[in-house]
Write a new protein. Sequence first.
Length: 304
Amino acid sequence: MAEHEFEILDERFRYLVSMAARVEQIYHGSVWAEGPAYFPLHRSVIWSDIPNNRLLRWDELSEQTFVYEHDSKFTNGNICDRNGRLVSSRQGAKDVVRREHDGSITVLADKFEGKRFNSPNDVVEKSDGSIWFTDPGYGIDSYFEGTKLESEIGGHHVYRVDPLSGDVTKVADDFRRPNGLAFSPDEKSLYIVDSGGIRYPDNRKHIRRFDVHENGTLSGGEVFAECTNGKFDGFRFDDEGRIWTSASDGVHVYADDGDLIGKVLVPEGVSNLTFGGPRRNRLFITATSSLYAVHVAARGHKLT
């Protein structure tokens, strides 16, 4: 059943949205919009326009958009860390970096076992300060999102950066194309997208769930959900453990039991999303050429 901007597939979804809410296009002009991150301190969203090699910033108070950074090294994923700093996966530079409050850049990871990464894609922070990221090859596949190159590292893996030593470890190596990732609110599980899709015979387009151990390792990896329209990319959790994830027809919402309960309908293919606003109940969505926003009746999980 579709009502206005939403498709209700399960009654559990009806209470997460308001039929009065509208999906607003608040910016148009990207080539491939990705990696939105909300910054509560200055009430703004920073996101990537990958083919245009820039970061954009939308101000929530003025509703104006500015270029935040030219020559972003084809940045893809972004997060606001626990200290309000921008952490980014730069496909062109093949690294993960943190922008300090004084404007300087700290490189968190640029090699594993002496070999350069393919093109770091999405990134997330755990409450212990460790940084976890995926490294598919989208930035070296062609000249659309980076530069066409051969892979040095020879695979598409998931990595962890230790918060104390800075050591980089490989935590998962059985993915076709690891993509979006997020911790469950209790951090006992890490969910990771495999967006291999039609590039591989097994046509992977699902989210997998891993158990997280205190020593920073993972186990398990069963499939949590299969995408029903296109393929998954980036996603986020709300406070009650539901997944809000990208798909070709909008944002798909999954209950913690893996049931698809509803959709936020978007007129462009969605790449990623984040919760923001003063109450963490405004969903900011990057979709092909645009940034969209919609108020929902759920609150995004806040890293503590």
